[in-house]
Design a protein around this ligand. Structure first.
Ligand SMILES: [Zn+2]
Ligand SMILES: [Zn+2]
Length: 239
């Protein structure tokens, strides 16, 4: 019976979540995720003291975005961190949703933007984008990314939602509004109950995106030139 299983960390009964390969109780699993976020943030080398940051996400990532806001505050209570949340619309194409999120941030003065994208999102997105890597935002898969004058930080890029289910505010669902993406996301979670799959695939994304350049305006992968298809259309004279 599941509730009799002991947490390998604290020894209490009720271990139900596999996080970092360890079977943990909900409380320890939350600590483990928070610990990973803290470690990632310190790897970025950014001093959060009196810093103004943006946490930006499309509607469909609202639950995780809000949780990430509270995590960022907890990371450094003395930092007096100033957090602004920017939420953008979902479109029925995931690439449009991400692009409009990134371009929306041009209106903001803050240079540091924290994004809530998780490892399982990127795995689904890799499968989704495999027939057209160009113009995709696989370029975002990394702890730190620069697009234009913004520095994007993704402290959850190596954590799937399935490892975060110890947070009762999360349902674990993502409904992006892109039917194809949503079907792939569901299929992945139904087919692979083992969280390890979400830790083993990521290096391939970085290898793939290293073969491409990035659009100077929105950061999408491009083969050559300076801008992606959509951005070059928008900045061409006569538009
Ligand atoms: Zn525990
Ligand atoms: Zn672009």
């Amino acid at each position: 019976m599941v509730h009799k299983v002991k947490c390998v960390n604290c020894g209490n009964e009720g271990a139900s979540l596999m996080v970092s390969g360890k079977l943990l109780c909900p409380r320890c699993s939350r600590n483990e995720v928070l610990h990973r976020v803290r470690k990632n943030m310190s790897k970025t080398g950014i001093n959060l003291r009196k810093q103004s940051i943006i946490i930006a996400y499309p509607e469909f990532y609202k639950e995780v975005g809000e949780l990430l806001s509270s995590m960022m505050t907890k990371l450094c209570l003395q930092c007096d961190l100033n957090i602004k949340n920017i939420i953008t619309e979902n479109y029925n194409r995931i690439n449009l949703t991400i692009r409009s999120l990134i371009l929306r941030l041009n209106q903001e003065e803050e240079k540091i933007v924290v994004l809530p994208f998780t490892a399982d999102f990127f795995e689904a997105y890799l499968i989704y984008s495999s027939s057209e890597l160009e113009n995709s935002y696989l370029s975002l898969f990394s702890l730190v990314n620069r697009v234009g004058d913004k520095l994007f930080l993704l402290p959850l890029y190596n954590t799937p939602l399935t490892e975060m289910m110890g947070f009762s505010e999360l349902t674990g669902e993502l409904k992006t509004g892109d039917e194809v993406f949503d079907a792939i996301f569901l299929w992945l979670h139904d087919s692979f109950k083992d969280n390890e799959v979400f830790h083993t695939f990521p290096p391939s994304i970085q290898v793939i995106s290293s073969r491409f350049s990035r659009c100077k305006m929105c950061g999408a992968l491009i083969k050559d030139g300076e801008y992606c298809k959509l951005c070059s259309k928008e900045i061409s004279p006569g538009h």
